[in-house]
Design a protein around this ligand. Structure first.
Ligand SMILES: Cc1cc2nc3c(=O)[nH]c(=O)nc-3n(C[C@H](O)[C@H](O)[C@H](O)COP(=O)(O)O)c2cc1C
Length: 415
């Protein structure tokens, strides 16, 4: 029987001191050059000191022309290696891995009015903030593949325990896997083998490029269980150390427990991805992390005991109280409480702002920890949602010219 306080050794040899994984949460606190700042150092020192078995950072971008939001960290040829080393050292209390991503079509027009994806159009249908993506050319896919691997090498070289490739939540790699957004007719579209070519290329090359002791982790969507199992087996053969299961995208944010109308998902289990994780865990030998929705000890114990997953991923509760991880693992509390506000109002408002309110409220709590302050539990829901959307769009627009100049310089240096 597996219990939460059991250590977990990954195939690469990294040992997680327990089975509670602090899930990736975007911070949006990089400096103006998109380097990690002292705020990252403090946030991740606190996250590690909180006592989870593994920490996954918020998404870090591999191409500074394309961000998930303003002030994401970018890791490329322009990144200050000393800043990465400081960050890795600050986070070294428990194994910490950096999540690497490219936003794909889920990039606002304020970040970049020319988003890219597997196929041309349609734009993300949320408040007019997104433009129609254009299809990436094959040479651009190859170039992005190199960027992911290159970023992984820089991060492990700086001292991180490994990287997580973000192939979930509707971002670029997820949208290549999903036939609803990937309508290509070349070697990257059609069969699952073709749709997975981009991701598998990254993982295979990453595994070869990184030292054997570095962890290579992939976050996947619970979209189609048969495809998830097949993909999981291929990724296992490609040498991954851990597979994380989540799901949803901007238009249907299941990862934060909401459906396409902004209503709360209801189900038999706290996690909406329980059955998919169980299917995957039953089919692969590499450990599976199930992330999303866990709030009670009974449900966490059930998942570990039944072999639904080898570890549980927890996000929002730890954004508010990083020390909750250790207290939960040690049995000092049975609740991963989530003192987050809910957004009322008419359905169109909930659809537009529901996920932004939840994520925005928690992002501000992360930023407070990064500034050495405690949580602000009275933070109004609407203010957080507006900061996460309109506030982010404004920051993205103001900072775009400088960022694009740096992106062009970095591109020129590459070629
Ligand atoms: C503020 C915030 C930021 C997030 N950023 C990311 C991210 O950068 N990468 C990612 O894979 N998931 C991200 N997520 C999703 C979480 O990793 C996790 O899947 C989700 O919060 C569900 O877990 P929970 O119910 O324990 O919070 C974010 C969630 C929140 C609330």
């Amino acid at each position: 029987m597996t219990v939460l306080s059991d250590p977990l050794e990954l195939p690469c040899g990294v040992v997680l001191p327990n089975r509670l994984v602090r899930a990736a949460m975007t911070e949006s606190i990089a400096d103006r050059r998109h380097d990690p700042s002292e705020r990252h150092d403090r946030l991740y020192r606190e996250a590690a000191a909180g006592g989870p078995g593994l920490v996954i950072t918020g998404n870090v971008m591999v191409d500074r022309a394309h961000l998930e939001r303003a002030r994401n960290v970018v890791v490329d040829g322009e990144t200050d290696p000393a800043a990465l080393q400081r960050w890795a050292a600050a986070a070294s209390g428990v194994p910490t891995i950096v999540q690497l991503s490219h936003p794909g079509r889920q990039e606002t027009r304020y970040v970049n009015p020319h988003p890219v994806g597997p196929s041309t159009g349609p734009a993300v249908a949320l408040g007019g903030a997104y433009a129609r993506p254009r299809a990436l050319a094959a040479y651009e896919i190859a170039e992005l593949q190199r960027r992911f691997v290159d970023a992984g090498v820089r991060l492990v070289g700086a001292g991180f325990a490994g990287v997580e490739v973000h192939a979930a939540h509707g971002y670029l790699l997820s949208s290549f896997l999903d036939p609803a957004t990937n309508r290509r007719t070349d070697a990257h579209g059609g069969s699952l083998e073709n749709r997975a070519r981009f991701l598998l290329g990254i993982v295979t090359t990453m595994r070869r490029a990184l030292p054997p002791h570095a962890a290579v982790v992939v976050k996947l969507d619970a979209r189609d269980d048969d495809e998830l199992v097949t993909l999981g087996r291929w990724l296992q053969d490609a040498g991954v150390d851990l597979l994380e299961v989540s799901g949803g995208n901007y238009e249907a944010p299941a990862m934060v427990g909401l459906d396409a109308s902004g209503a709360e998902l209801a189900g038999e289990h706290e996690s909406p991805f329980w059955n998919s994780a169980a299917a995957l865990a039953g089919a692969v030998d590499v450990p599976v992390v199930l992330t999303g929705g866990f709030r009670t000890r009974a449900e966490v114990d059930r998942a570990l005991d039944a072999g639904v997953c080898a570890a549980v991923g927890v996000g929002r509760p730890l954004a508010v109280r990083p020390d909750l991880a250790g207290r939960f693992v040690r049995g000092e509390t049975d609740d991963l409480d989530r003192p987050a506000p809910r957004l009322g109002g008419p359905a169109p408002v909930r659809k537009l702002l529901g996920a932004a309110v939840g994520a925005g409220w928690h992002r501000i709590q992360l930023a407070r920890t990064a500034d050495g302050r405690g949580p602000l539990l009275g933070l109004p829901a609407l203010a957080a949602g507006v900061d996460y959307s309109v506030g982010d769009w404004t920051r993205s627009l103001v900072e775009r010219p400088g960022r694009m100049r740096r992106a062009a310089r970095e591109r020129a240096a590459r070629h």
